[in-house]
Design a protein. Sequence first.
Length: 276
Amino acid sequence: MPQPALSDQDNAISRTLVGARLSAEPLPDFPIQLPTSLEQAYAIQSASIERWPDELVGWKVAMLSPAEQQRFKAQRLVGPVFRSSFHTVEAGSSIVMPVYRDGFAAVEAEIVFVLGETSPPTGRDYSDAELASFIGTVSAGAEIASSPMKVINDLGAMSVISDFGNNAGVIAGPAVPNWATQKPGFLTATVTVDDATVGSKAVDAIVGGPLEALRRLVEVSSVRGFELPAGSVVSTGAITGVHEVELASTARVDFGPLGGFDIRFEHFRAKKERDA
């Protein structure tokens, strides 16, 4: 991935954010100073991706708040997904996912794409049919959002983008058959946390549907100058909302006739930074 020039301050921010994740220690606030632009926040994110001791395999996509959309002239933000935090599960199965103790932790029902074709950073405005041609598989899944900063979402998009998009994992569950030809509302996602239903909506509830999330990711990749290679994971955004969880909580993400899966949460273990 191309690396933009980074100031000493932004390099220190990246080092602190990555250090908190690697040590699995809570971070009470954003380090030093919040970025003031998308370019600065993504530069910090890019530096952190280089520091992280794992392979980049894809991206999560999430909506900005209406106020942030107006301020930054962008609809969605993106964050990295790493190999060790991407999992596939079958309907009816269960999985244990790590989250940060005394930080932020949540589960989100999402549609997950895996690209079958490479999307180069051309800057083109693709049609829906062209975007769909990049997609190899479609799954009913989930994102695990977690950060050592409990206040990450309260601080807004600049904080979220800088700290890996608040991503800690993506789960691809049962396949969604014939997704491109299905009628709106054909599938409903329901999330329960500790046996209480916390959200239930049709999978196209997010603005523009899952395909619009891919469109916005392609736009960001063109601006940042990196391709989306075949095999890339794309988690397309929260369908029912962002549902906070605690350590030892159990969540279920269910997609009606396709089935669902259970998630139990445990705390992250410390890791080592990638060698320079």
